[in-house]
Design a protein around this ligand. Sequence first.
Ligand code: MG
Length: 377
Amino acid sequence: MSDLSQKITGYDLWHLKLPVTSRRDHGIGSVEGACEVVILRLTSEDGAHGFGEASPWSVFTGTPEATFAALDRYLRPVVLGAKVGDRSAIMARAAYAVAHCTEAKAALETALLDLAGRISNVSVWSLLGGKCRDAIPLSCSIANPDFAQDIDLLARLHDDGVRIVKLKTGFKDHAFDIMRLEYLAQNCPEFSVRVDYNQGLNIEDAPAQVRDVARFAPDFIEQPVRAHHFGMMAKLRQMTDVPLLADESVFGPEDMERAARDGICDGVSIKIMKSGSLTRGQTVARIAAAHGLTAYGGDMFEAGLAHLAGTHMIAATPEITLGCEFYQASYFLKEDILEEPFKVRNGQVCVPDGPGLGGKPDLGKLDHYAVSKAVAA
Ligand code: MG
């Protein structure tokens, strides 16, 4: 059977702990030792597979344990027995089967798209409206508390043709942030620099510190204060000419509407792990564009499978104009899970043309890195 009326008969899960090469500090927390993701595999009646990844972070979107439970207990009955082609109906039921758990829902839609694409022999970007670009500029984050290690990373990025970096700020002290901005200005003039506080500033310090950082004229300054501090975000936006971006303040289309109405940002970071699906990420981008706001493709601490999903979303969404930050598979994980490496060439992520996501995980690696799984014998 090669049509989309066949049913989904298999539903397997792996909770992975993937070793990482360095510590990463962000304003809201750190990642050290390992990055945890959950992989979903759907199987159709004729034996075709579709894969999706959920990449939660406990301090940002949610926990891997909650993600695994959402997929295993609450979303499984919504999916098993449904037709492969009924993707919209499945996602509509999933929205109400469990509250929040956006990473689990993103993994589900990714796997449904991958499965439908493989059966129909078309790329996921085609299922999302068609392609508007073949390559996406890559931004890599500078987030190591040991800046000497990040100086080595900068040399590697330069050799690889990467020309955008995002400085993670607000996790140590203001002097450390200014020292690193001065280093970048003096030693790395070929890099575009973005600044991301990940909510790291308190509201008392934010105006003065953001004004200081704005002197370096970065491309933008992202989420200086807590997600719910909409009033302070709006005030900081008014205060400086450097564009202010929202990340943690905007998860899905509903938040985007409010953010635009309240004037809290000039642009937004769109992540499928926040929006809860690729199509909802596209909706966020279109609401932003309708209000004259920019967008880029952000990510969480992900493996290459989630990078592929984000790549297809951006490839099919002309409103996402500021590139992506899918760097973890190449520059953070000790080993990625994909069979073929996530493709970055001359600082640009390459949009795959193969059916589905155009790449899939190595089953041996899934079993090797699994700390728990729910896989049919
Ligand atoms: Mg951010």
